[in-house]
Design a protein around this ligand. Sequence first.
Ligand SMILES: *[C@@H]1O[C@H](CO)[C@@H](O)[C@H](O)[C@H]1NC(C)=O
Ligand SMILES: *[C@@H]1O[C@H](CO)[C@@H](O)[C@H](O)[C@H]1NC(C)=O
Ligand SMILES: *[C@@H]1O[C@H](CO)[C@@H](O)[C@H](O)[C@H]1NC(C)=O
Length: 446
Amino acid sequence: MGTTSPFKDHHQSHSLTKKFLPWAIYSLFPIALLRLYFYPLNFPNLSSTDQLPNTSPITITSSIISNPPPLISPQENGRARSYESPPSCDYTSGKWVHEKQGPLYNGTTCGTIKEGQNCIAHGRPDFEYLYWRWHPNQCKIPRFDPNTFLQLITNKHVAFVGDSMARNQLESLLCMLATLSAPNLVYTNGEDNKFRRWNFPSHNANVSIYWSPFLVHGVEKSNDGPNHNKLYLDTVDERWAKDLDKMDQIVLSIGHWFLHPAVYFERDDSVLGCHYCPGLNYTEIGFYDVLRKALKTALSAIRERREAGRKAIDAVVTTFSPSHFEGEWDKAGACPKTRPYEEGEKLLEGMDADMRKIEVEEVELAKEKGERFFRLEALDVTKLSLMRPDGHPGPYMHPFPLGNGVNERVQNDCVHWCLPGPIDTWNEILLEIMKKWDLGQFRREE
Ligand SMILES: *[C@@H]1O[C@H](CO)[C@@H](O)[C@H](O)[C@H]1NC(C)=O
Ligand SMILES: *[C@@H]1O[C@H](CO)[C@@H](O)[C@H](O)[C@H]1NC(C)=O
Ligand SMILES: *[C@@H]1O[C@H](CO)[C@@H](O)[C@H](O)[C@H]1NC(C)=O
């Protein structure tokens, strides 16, 4: 994709050109790729019971449904602590280390994996990518412990809000939790089940997903409507925000949808500018400041509503997840790597770095406003994900894509992550953050 910026001639300033170049490249992505970001119709309306087996060939414990964990303990908070106190640690710098022990679950046994990410079931022939663990330089991340996670969300509602990356992370979590306790799908709504909720009867816990690729109110481009998204940057998306008073923990995950053509509105619905909107008479403003504004609006809405209700919520913002296209997206070998990058082999730079930076900065700014009712952390996965070019479905977004020999044209997903896969690590780090919250290591000031 070594293309030059179509805006080069219009912007004299070098810094502007530099700033616009990354998204200019993305703008030229084949529009067909947009389809990757939508939910294809893969989830039939599932009945709750058989959906998630509570055992798998690599299960660590048998089901605890009939045998819930002890709720009484010597701990002050009234329950046993099943985990070690996590050390203070920078999870972002480290390396992927090969490990014999594979993932907690198997793609053919967890019923909640979206078709396009079910690489094992789709015949991906190599399994090496399943045997790597992220080793931060400063500490070890324990293997994901579903028991601890479920204990920490007992009597709570955890909501994932965002785009298909939010869904990818949620499905990884559900597959791992289901090795211990089977959830029931209790609610689905929206086209392609973009809004779903599961209940874990063993722990009276709810986990849900809300589709909201901008977090603010947006009108997504459609076949019969305009060929660009419309974003209303001052207005939070009520499809998730209306339920804020019913959430105890929230995971926000956005980014990729901001790369697409869009018109941006502010305040009284006046047009602030646009991104890649040839033919419309609006100022090109790129998407970095827009992402920032959207995050600010979302984080402010959470804060304002929870402070008004005097009810605490914990939130993480999952940072930008890099894609790994090495060639044309619909040609064989678009993301062909089968091993992680080694330390120093791939630098975090360009658009991936800029998107991450904005998200981390907005989290820090929001924290400065006080964490009494709104604790917040960045789940900074950009670097460790960048190191995993081998973790995407590639052609295995479709079942047995090479069934009739190697095709000249084959669609590739080098954006989302195979399940199981590297994204399971995101939830391991999420659990470390939750332990720190539980222990008061990230303190609420009074
Ligand atoms: C997943 O489970 C199936 C069915 O038990 C088994 O045939 C397959 O080998 C497993 N795959 C991996 C990668 O463990
Ligand atoms: C879980 O969702 C159900 C509705 O499906 C609700 O009645 C219940 O109160 C929720 N529980 C928690 C802990 O949020
Ligand atoms: C484009 O917008 C400018 C400023 O709003 C206006 O003066 C101009 O007439 C517009 N041009 C067209 C072709 O609509």
